[in-house]
Structure formats: C-alpha cells, structure tokens
Design a protein around this ligand. Sequence first.
Ligand code: C5P
Length: 397
Amino acid sequence: MARILLIIGGGIAAYKAAELVRHARKAGHEVTPVLTDGAQHFVTPMSLAALAESPVYTSLWDLKDEVEMGHIELSRAADHVLVCPATADLIAKMAAGLATDLATTLLLATDKPVTVAPAMNVKMWEHPATQRNIAQLKADGITVLEPDEGPMACGEFGPGRLPEVEAILAALPLGSVTAAPLAGAEGPLSGKHVLVTAGPTHEPIDPVRVIANKSSGKQGFAIAAAAARAGARVTLIAGPVSLPTPFGVSRIDVMTAVEMHQAVMNALPADVAVMVAAVADWRVEASPTKLKKGSGPPELVFAPNPDILAELGEHPDRPRLLVGFAAETNDVIDNARSKLERKKADWIVANDVSGDVMGGDHNRVQIVSADGVEDLDTATKESIAQSLIDRISETFS
Ligand code: C5P
C-alpha cells in the first residue's frame, strides 16, 4: 500500500484522473487529490473526494487546511507525487520552479519522487518550449511518462494522449510497497499465476568480484508489469538490477543462478512462465577471501549452472505455457528453434542482441513456436511486453 499525492491539471484528460483514483484505491493505495483551478472545470472536488475517500485540496489560501495540515506537510505526507494529467502550462511552471498555486507549491516543496503523465494537444506537445521543459524536468530527476499516440479530443492525431490509467499506475516506482498482488484486478489473465525471471545473474569470484552480463532487466520487468495489468498474479524473480518494482507485482530479488533456480522452483505452480533472465551458464568456485593481485592471475574453475528453463520443460508441475528468450548475435532463428526443442518450451522469443538491445529501451523480437515464426516490429520494450502478454492471453481465452 502506498500513499499517492495526485495533482490534477486542467485538461480534458482530467476526467481520467477519477478513473485512476478508482484503480489505485482498488489496489489498496491511499490517494490525496489536489486540483488546479483549471482541473475544477473538468472534474469536481466532490466526485474525487468520494472516489478517493479522502479530503481534496484546491487552494493554498484555505486557512483551515493550513491549520490542520500545512502545505509543506501535505507535500511530504505521500510516498509518491503523481501529476496526472500534466498540462503544458503545469509542466512549464514546474520547469521554471514557479509556485503560484497549491499544486505548483506542493511540487516545489515535496521531497518525494515525482512522476508526470503529460496530456495535451499534439502541437503543444511537440512545441520546442514544451520539449525544452520536459528535458528540464527529466534533468531535475522527475520521471516523465511518454504520452500515447492516437486520435485526440481536439480532432487531431499524434502523441499527446494520456496513457491508460493502468499503465500510469504500473509505471509508478512505488518500490516494495507494491509487493502485494493487485487484488481483484480484472483482465484476460485474472486467476492465472505468471512467473517471470528478469535481469542478469551475478556469479561471485571472491567476496567483492562477480561475473556479470549486460542484461538490464527492462524487458522482463515490462512483461511482469503487462501481466499484472492483464489481471494475473505475478511473481517476478529478479537478478541484481535497480529497477523499481512494477505496480501489482510480487518481486523476489536474487543474485546467482542457483538462487534464481531455487526461487523459481519455490514459486511453482504457475500457469505461465516467461524466462527472460540472462542466466549465467557457469559459476565458479568463489574464493572466501579477496583474490590478491600479487598472487598472479587466478585460475577460475567453472561448474555448470542449472538450466532453469530446461528444468521447467520437464518438471511435473510444468507451467501450461512455457516461454523462453534467446538472445543471439548470429543464426537467430536456427538457434531459437534448437532451443525450443532442447528446453521443451512452447515459445522462444528470439532477439538479435548484436546491436544495443541489451540495456536499451527498444527491442525487435521473433516468436518461434511449433506453429512457425512470428515477426514483431521494432518497438519499445513496454510495447513488446504488451504484444507478448496479448498473445499469452489469447492462448488462455
Ligand atoms: O541457453 P540460453 O541461455 O541461450 O537460453 C536462454 C533461455 O533459457 C532464456 O529464456 C533464459 O532465461 C533461460 N535460461 C535459464 N537458465 C539457464 C540459462 C538460460 O532459465 N541456466
């Protein structure tokens, strides 16, 4: 459970803030709404108070509030501040550090992480002034969500739409406070348990050194987030990465392949397993003390790690749908096909990692199964995750 201070800007998308409050409350979060003057033309404090089951704040000059809860305290009583929708005007004020009303004063006074969900006309979004302000917010450490692209309320088409409220909540870096599954979330995967591994593993050599790889965990975390949005109970077993826990996901942190293997086996049974982690194939007999330079180059003795995916393929509790990943630099499809057979998986999601896929924000994948090969266009890792979860949902429908 997290406490969210929700700052609602004055745009047509403000009505979606009401929907966001409903979702956040359903997931057990506390929401304190703050409306700008403009926002009150689109949604009423009364309806938000009813949905949030909390007082709604609108004015800096409301003395009663200053007595009961000053604006400094209000700005800090939350775990997270979300600006949704963030209008071009509100973004400009934030970038300039203005404090002209309650919303902007709270944003300047807060010491909590701030996420901004912009929504505005496409030309306003693309205007150099807005893009300059967005760059400034990012430089100030504020998380800015990408607006969706599509038809707009004003009749134009392009980026500037508020993302779906589930996606906004899933993007909030609420950390361990989101460890509880999204109770009662309805979706195509409701009632299903989805197990995801993500990130690299670290295999220690000595107490301070490890063998690692360049996996960022972004693709696996995005898949866990998309599965939670689809209503699944999600267990995410994460190697050492510093990504925030997606909304509604239970996360188990591990370091080595052996720990990841154990955590996966403990998490069974699952309806779906998506093994995205870049698991080290080998571990070494780690030295109990730090290896010394003076002793010369160490001789590392390698032992094979358990192959988690292959073991799941033969497990008595084999998930009904078993999905593996194949990061390859050459012969991508051939390698994926042999992996499909060898590991007894249902699908292998093949990606060419010869470019900057590892650690990057985009991916291009091909889904290899007994039915053939499906090519997905290059897209953000979030979008690839959603496509995969859509296909997984179809197999259960
Ligand atoms: O054999 P390779 O590492 O290329 O296979 C990749 C797939 O197998 C990925 O889905 C990865 O998560 C999984 N894997 C695993 N345990 C290992 C090695 C790979 O689960 N030890």
